[in-house]
Design a protein around this ligand. Structure first.
Ligand code: ADP
Ligand code: MG
Length: 626
């Protein structure tokens, strides 16, 4: 669909993160993150498969990940659009099985009692996206089917395609893919145009998340008058799709363990990794922190102080600063200009060492947005609002993160579109045949900065067919490369002499073929009903658990004050609901969603009196004693 097509259905902004995902909307009230029913903004990007064929997304899956290490998928973003060889170094740290799928893609193998399933990373990401879509639909009271999704600036074509396919599998039309740092700047830069901020300025966005690091240098030209356009131009991007908070956790884990983590069982590895992460967070707040981690064969007790942790972390931070150096030199070339502001994004930027070193590097006090977790999702929502025509006065220009080219004779790469060209970008190239009456040509497209194809990343192979038979070298095939506004490559070709369009068959190197996406989409319709029931039950478990905790505590405290009849009823209702929660946790298919709902409803009704008593008692308890 074209940008800004007339439609009243909302477009949401989604930050599909390695560690956490969020959904946001920008309407008359401005941009805001949509929370789940329990008031939580972040959805852990974690998916667990259970024996009953159920799928658990988010908090439930994360909380019990150490128990179900081999059937819980986390950091799936690292596998998106990648080959098995690409993710080799990650495999040692991933507690679930990664196997080779078609076209050497990385797939996830889940073995459950008596059966095995293989999922593509796109399908797993779609489960996360679907959960966010349903959350947004419920909160907004209307079916949400369009989204802007963010990706790291460094994502190549295959990874962007994979993200778009995941959206489609989740029933979302992906209106635009936006770079995360660009979204962050958009969320932050919209305030531009106020009288004191009219001058053009250079902003560095430093995004250190759970799985990826990106730095982007943006030029922001604020609107000079009301109703005019502000420009957000990405001058350069640098980063690493395999450098993030996870790596800090791994280093800390190795440090605590003192031996090779490969020797750990999946469960132990997950437990230690979880405790290392908690320790890391605590060290952002405190000078020293302790853990006591119970593994199957031993218990690790340690106190780590901040200086110790900083020594471990330092090499990672230095690597991020090397990327900053490169981005600045790409952006500024030889011009004498300075970065005006540094915007901090991502959970890891809460680390004092990172704030300090980034501040020293840029010679600026880092700008810490209110919430570094939400900035990207809020920016995506702002972009969504611009695309739907609701927000005016901002235009966004993005760039291609890596050069695109085709392989030539001898294995070199002829660059067609160079790095940091503004999108949309177009280039064309002529090819011919090398033998008489040749009717097809095979082309390989590469992405990367190196000269030789072997050192770049192969995106796809194109087979041009239907070339009219002619002597060698006579056909003139014009191949057009178009990188659209989302940074996704589209290729078309025609023969100049005959004017005939060449048939183009794309064989993606690490992605899904069109047929695979079609089939999966079809399957997701079939499963949609089941998914809805499952989702309802997952929500019921979460809400019932909160109710049981709240009501249970008050019941224990005030049961003696209640009338006997009410006490007996409450006791029975609590037990009934507990039973549902336990059974549903073991196998969601074993419970009936309506009955479950009624059990929760009955408890809620029976607890009215308890609430009154609770309020009366707490008033009494808090009354000052005279
Ligand atoms: P992503 O964009 O990759 O999903 P986030 O921006 O949500 O990631 O950041 C997640 C990372 O931030 C995790 O590695 C997490 O451990 C880390 N993190 C979150 N809070 C803190 C904190 N207070 N101190 C240090 N690291 C933190
Ligand atoms: Mg992020």
């Amino acid at each position: 669909m074209a940008d800004g097509a007339p439609s009243t259905s909302p477009i949401v902004g989604i930050d599909l993160g390695t560690t956490n995902s969020l959904v946001a909307i920008c309407d008359e009230r401005g941009p805001r993150v949509i929370e789940d029913e329990a008031g939580r903004a972040l959805l852990p990007s974690v998916v667990r498969f259970d024996d009953g064929g159920g799928v658990w997304v988010g908090h439930e899956a994360k909380e019990r990940a150490h128990e179900f290490a081999a059937t819980t998928v986390s950091s799936v973003k690292r596998l998106m659009g990648r080959s098995l060889a690409d993710v080799e170094s990650d495999r040692a740290f991933l507690p679930f099985q990664v196997v080779a799928g078609e076209h050497e893609t990385a797939r996830i193998r889940i073995v459950l009692s008596g059966r095995e399933d293989v999922f593509s990373p796109q399908e797993v990401s779609a489960m996360i996206l679907r959960s966010l879509r349903e959350r947004a639909s419920r909160a907004l009271g209307t079916e949400v089917s369009r989204a802007v999704i963010t990706v790291p600036a460094y994502f190549d074509d295959a990874q962007r395609q994979a993200t778009r396919d995941a959206g489609r599998l989740a029933g979302l039309e992906v209106v635009r893919i936006v770079n995360e740092p660009t979204a962050a700047a958009l969320a932050y830069g919209l305030g531009a145009g106020r009288s004191e901020e009219k001058a053009e300025r250079l902003v560095a966005v430093y995004d250190f998340g759970g799985g990826t690091f990106d730095v982007s240098i943006l030029r922001i030209t604020p609107a000079q008058r009301e109703g005019e356009t502000s420009f957000f131009e990405v001058l350069a991007t640098a980063g690493d799709t395999r450098l993030g908070g996870d790596d800090a956790d791994h280093l800390l884990l190795e440090y605590l363990l003192g031996s090779d983590p490969a020797s750990l069982s999946p469960t132990d590895r997950r437990t230690l990794s979880r405790d290392a992460e908690a320790l890391k967070r605590e060290l952002s707040e405190r000078e020293s922190a302790s853990i006591e981690c119970v593994l199957s064969e031993r218990t690790i007790r340690r106190t780590v102080d901040r200086a110790e942790y900083e020594t471990i972390l330092r090499p990672l931070v230095d690597r991020t600063l090397a990327h900053c150096r490169r981005a600045i030199s790409d952006a500024l070339k030889d011009r004498a200009a300075a970065i005006d502001r540094v915007v901090m994004v991502g959970g890891m930027t809460r680390t004092p060492l990172i704030r300090r070193l980034v501040g020293e590097f840029f010679g600026l006090e880092p700008y810490i947005a209110v919430d570094p977790d939400k900035v990207v999702a809020l920016g995506a929502a702002v972009q969504a609002s611009i695309l739907s025509g609701k927000t005016k006065g901002a235009l966004l220009l993005d760039v291609i993160p890596l050069s695109l080219g085709v392989e030539t004779v001898g294995g070199a790469v002829a660059k067609l579109i160079v790095r940091n060209t503004t999108v949309p970008a177009r280039a064309s190239e002529f090819f011919s045949t090398s033998v008489d009456n040749q009717t097809s040509i095979r082309l390989s497209v590469f992405q990367g900065e190196r000269e030789m194809a072997a050192d770049c990343r192969k995106l796809a192979e194109f087979h041009l067919r239907g070339i009219p038979p002619m002597p060698a070298g006579i056909p003139q095939l014009e191949v057009q490369f178009l990188v659209d506004s989302s940074g996704v490559l589209n290729v078309s070709a025609h023969e100049r002499r005959s004017g005939k369009r060449a048939l183009l068959q794309v064989i993606p190197n690490h992605g899904l073929t069109r047929e695979e996406v079609d089939r999966m989409e079809q399957e997701s319709f079939v499963h949609a009903r089941e998914d809805m029931t499952r989702h309802r039950i997952v929500d019921l478990i979460a809400n019932s658990a909160l109710d049981l905790k709240w009501i249970g505590e008050r019941f224990d405290r005030y049961k003696d004050i209640l009338e006997a009849e009410n006490r007996v009823e409450l006791q029975a209702r609590i037990e009934a609901l507990r039973g549902f929660v336990e059974r549903a946790r073991a196998d969601w298919k074993s419970v009936d969603a309506d009955e479950f709902y009624h059990a929760k409803d009955r408890l809620d009704r029976a607890s009215v009196r308890l609430q009154e008593v609770g309020i009366a008692m707490s008033l009494k308890e808090s009354r000052p004693k005279i």
